[in-house]
Design a protein. Sequence first.
Length: 156
Amino acid sequence: MTFEEIYSTYWQKVFRLCMGYVNDAEWAKDICQETFVKVWEQLPKFRNEASVGTWVFRIASNNCLGQIAKAKRIPKGTLTGDVAENKQQNIDKELDFLYKCISELAETDRIIISLELEDMKQAEIAGIVGISEANVRVKIHRIKEKLTQKFKENGQ
């Protein structure tokens, strides 16, 4: 797989993963671009021991964690604006709130749910996070319960 194919296939997914970590679009774009610079640099060393997607998400996750550690803070986004009048605005508002809630989760939970939202196989998530597939299933269930509760508390 060429770099161009990797970039076009995974850019949106990596961006959403980064949004799940930092909940700041500009910062997420910067981290995403840095991730693909690392992918470009490391592509000749890729050994096909995992799928390309797993490898790219591992680099992205590590890059997000490194950037957060460097900044020593996680932005807590806030929702602004009037009550949405059309369906798209409501969807955007709910997505913003979802990313806000995800950004408030523990590190491992952020990785797991972000990859789950990208429809990554649970076996691949287990490989990225370094836990068993059964543990991934349990964590996903618990994370979804936490997020559902936050939505209920917020009246979403």
